[in-house]
Design a protein around this ligand. Structure first.
Ligand SMILES: O=P(O)(O)OC[C@@H](O)[C@@H](O)c1c[nH]c2ccccc12
Length: 389
């Protein structure tokens, strides 16, 4: 058999701005040339480069590993798609390349570019998390978890607020920006905002930790926790890996968000168990009936968030909360004693009354509060009365 070689086309021309991989994996060549054996003679337009020649044995092993990674990635996406999940995970070894003669190119919508903003965020998160994991492996986080201060009762705080005020318990969000609304507040002091929310009667706080798309940070979460704010804290992240849950725990979170549009059932099950083990509440977010039904089929869920914003298109519609709580779904939620949180696009006492009527016992609000010069007073405006007493 001829030795495996790493082939390189000259000149290298990319038709797209996606980063090009200099050491391109052989298996992409194999797939994109209809399983032609990797022999130099099968690629007349390509020229082998001595400097990139690798030993046949090592080359084969690396090749096999990459094929495996690719297959596992494809399999995960298939499982997810079978559950109606449209968000695909980033191709593990980068997007596939195609070759024609000396040219290499990537095709739009061929699995190599994110199809919407949520998918883009998730693909970016994938890279971010693998880098963070390398710096702080799970074993080292586990040591910190052992010494971390106990968590606060997130669900308990929401229930207490609801029974005290007769209104939905408020999770007030510390949010500087979002991809759909841009910068919400220029003079953004997370600790000051958190204190104002607490004073204004919020039961819990939500702190965005995504830096690139929401201008949040784990520093903000830590700062709010160590500033003496007593409200339990939700870490608002795009969780794709259990490692992030441990990280959130040591950075001061009492609860974490899990998004059903991103996570297959098995991941949600596994992550909910990890949350329990770490003393965290899991807020599982859904946006449509299918996601709601999947989540209702998972044991041990205490908190479900209904997002009125579609994270793929940014469309908002607060009647989504009502739609998902009608009929049998609402009944099942009451039977299971699950607390439902109405999320996003709530601005007025009428909005709050509308989702309360639909069956929520808590609301998650960012924009309408954070934009007020005094976000604490914003709470009074949102509920139509002072709920701090
Ligand atoms: O600012 P709003 O419209 O009040 O929305 C708050 C919150 O619901 C929203 O920030 C949100 C809900 N689910 C998310 C998931 C990721 C990032 C952000 C979110």
């Amino acid at each position: 058999m001829e030795g495996l070689v790493s082939l390189k086309a000259t000149p290298r021309i990319s038709f797209q701005s996606v980063p090009s991989f200099n050491h391109r994996p052989n298996f992409f060549i194999r797939r994109s040339t209809m399983n032609l054996p990797l022999r130099r003679s099968n690629f007349p337009g390509l020229r082998a480069q001595q400097s990139e020649t690798i030993s046949p044995k090592r080359g084969e092993e690396e090749d096999a590993l990459k094929v495996k990674e690719w297959e596992v990635g494809m399999f995960q996406n298939e499982v997810a798609a079978s559950q109606g999940i449209r968000i695909r995970r980033r191709p593990p070894t980068g997007p596939p390349l195609h070759y024609v003669g000396p040219f290499e190119f990537r095709l739009q919508n061929e699995g190599n570019t994110p199809r919407n903003i949520l998918e883009e965020i998730i693909w970016h998160k994938d890279v971010e998390v693998s880098q963070m994991k390398e710096k702080k492996p799970l074993a080292s986080l586990k040591k910190f978890v052992e010494n971390a201060a106990p968590t606060r009762d997130f669900v308990g705080a929401l229930k207490a607020a609801h029974s005290r005020t007769g209104l939905p318990g408020l999770i007030a969000e510390v949010k500087k920006a979002s991809p759909s609304r841009g910068i919400l507040r220029e003079d953004f002091d997370p600790v000051e905002i958190a204190r104002a929310y607490e004073k204004g009667g919020a039961a819990c706080l939500s702190v965005l930790t995504d830096e690139k798309y929401f201008k949040g940070s784990f520093k903000n979460l830590e700062a709010i926790r160590s500033a003496g704010v007593k409200c339990p804290l939700l870490c608002k992240e795009f969780v794709i890996d259990a490692w992030q849950i441990y990280y959130a725990r040591i950075k001061g979170a009492d609860a974490i968000l899990l998004i059903a549009a991103v996570l297959p059932d098995l991941d949600i099950r596994y992550m909910v168990k990890i949350c329990k083990m770490l003393g965290l509440a899991a807020l599982v977010e859904v946006h449509d009936e299918r996601e709601m039904d999947r989540v209702l089929g998972i044991k041990g869920i205490e908190l479900i968030g209904i997002n009125n914003r579609n994270l793929e298109t940014f469309e908002v519609d607060i009647s989504n909360t009502k739609k998902l709580l009608e009929g049998e779904r609402g009944q099942m939620i009451r039977q299971k004693d699950i607390i439902v949180v109405g999320e996003s696009a709530l601005f007025t006492p009428d909005d709050v009354a509308y989702v309360q009527e639909a069956g929520v016992k808590a609301v998650l609000v960012g924009e309408s509060l954070v934009k007020q010069s005094d976000p604490g007073k914003g709470i009074t405006g949102l509920f139509g009365k002072d709920i701090s007493l």
